[in-house]
Write a protein that binds this ligand. Structure first.
Ligand code: ADP
Ligand code: MG
Length: 349
């Protein structure tokens, strides 16, 4: 069993926020794990997480702490998930993807996604010679409770399925092989703040001697903005859309509440596409990190507080990561020999 890890990233003040220079920041740094938060009534509370990345943190640090251990585990067939949560403008896309997905050179500003791709290849190069790897990448967007394939625009209503061999999967989703280079994404929905973006790396490893197979998955999820609908002043179509989006995010909240409730209530994974896809990541077979993105400005104090509370709650989720392996020929032969021997022993008695 392992708990969901929760990290917080606080972005630098934006220019607009800095214009309100007289307003004090609502977060006061203590150390790498805690800070003091001051709410709009000037009340202070201390929050503690697995790690806090302050305004001066760099992309490489976030990757090293949050993503690298997850990639390392995935190379050993343990599933991993990283979820970026927070209000629109808090830094989710900057952290997960980087400032510009079309230009993924070797710059220091690139986010977790291209670094994960690069890291997988570094691990492959260091792996021993008997391992053969197949790396696949899928990208989908969940918008208004529809799953759209970002690698094939004609697939705009994919379904989530489950079977014994694959666990939970998106049926018919495009999977591309990864060459030894960074990846570029296709055009995402214009309203990206209202959609959830899910990237999935599948790492399949075959032992060339006994043909045993291991598979590790890494989900990277850039969630829709967590801000409350009322505050955006949405009406008509926008309001119904906002409610739909809220459906996935509130379902996420409900799943987390059910998983952390002491009475052990029913977990409503099937209430939304998002929670269904993430079923294994929350309370199941995955090592999971929630990354809460926050603005440091007191302008956003109530949204930031709600993000921090969401993170505190998620910290209590217990997952059960395991190695996803199929037995190889050697191991099966040994098992067969052992059972034949045991049978003979029984007959001899
Ligand atoms: P979100 O995806 O949560 O809506 P973005 O990632 O698009 O937010 O960030 C909003 C703005 O803030 C962008 O212009 C982005 O470049 C900037 N930003 C976010 N995080 C950082 C950071 N850590 N350092 C510098 N700029 C950042
Ligand atoms: Mg974004």
């Amino acid at each position: 069993m392992s708990n969901v890890a929760v990290c917080v990233r606080i972005r630098p003040l934006s220019e607009k926020e800095a214009q309100y220079g007289s307003m004090v920041p609502c977060i006061r740094r203590s150390d790498q794990e805690s800070f003091t938060f001051k709410d709009d009534k000037e009340e202070e509370s201390v929050f503690t997480f697995d790690r806090v990345f302050y305004e001066d943190s760099i992309q490489a640090d976030v990757f090293e702490f949050v993503a690298k251990p997850i990639v390392k585990d995935a190379m050993n067939a343990i599933n991993g998930t990283i979820l970026a949560y927070g209000q629109t403008g808090a830094g989710k896309t900057h952290t997960m993807e980087g400032p510009n997905m079309q230009n993924l050179d070797d710059s220091s500003s690139k986010g977790i996604l291209p670094r994960v791709a690069q890291c997988i290849f570094e691990f492959i190069q260091a792996a021993d010679e008997t391992s053969e790897f197949l790396i696949k990448l899928s990208m989908v967007e969940i918008y208004m409770e529809k799953i759209r394939d970002l690698l094939d625009a004609t697939k705009n209503n994919l379904q989530v399925k489950e079977n014994r061999a694959k666990g939970i999967f998106i049926a018919g989703v495009t999977e591309v092989g990864l060459a030894n280079r960074a990846v570029g994404a296709t055009q995402m929905n214009a309203e990206s703040s209202r959609s959830h973006c899910v990237f999935l790396f599948t790492i399949q490893q075959t032992n060339s001697e006994d043909r045993s197979m291991k598979t590790g998955k890494v989900y990277l999820v850039d969630l829709a903005g967590s801000e409350k609908v009322e505050r955006t002043g949405a009406e008509g179509k926008l309001l119904s859309e906002a409610k739909m989006i809220n459906k996935s995010l509130s379902a996420l909240g409900n799943v987390i509440n059910a998983l952390t409730s002491e009475t052990g209530s029913h977990v409503p994974y099937r209430d939304s596409k998002l929670t269904r896809i993430l079923q294994e990541s929350l309370g199941g077979n995955s090592r999971t990190t929630l990354l809460c993105c926050c603005s440091p400005s007191s302008l956003h104090v109530s949204e930031t507080l709600s993000t921090l509370r969401f993170g505190s709650r998620a910290k209590q989720i217990r997952n059960k990561p395991k190695v996803n392996a199929e037995r190889g020929r050697h191991e099966l032969e040994q098992l067969l020999q052992k059972s034949e021997y045991e049978c003979e022993q029984l007959r001899g008695q």
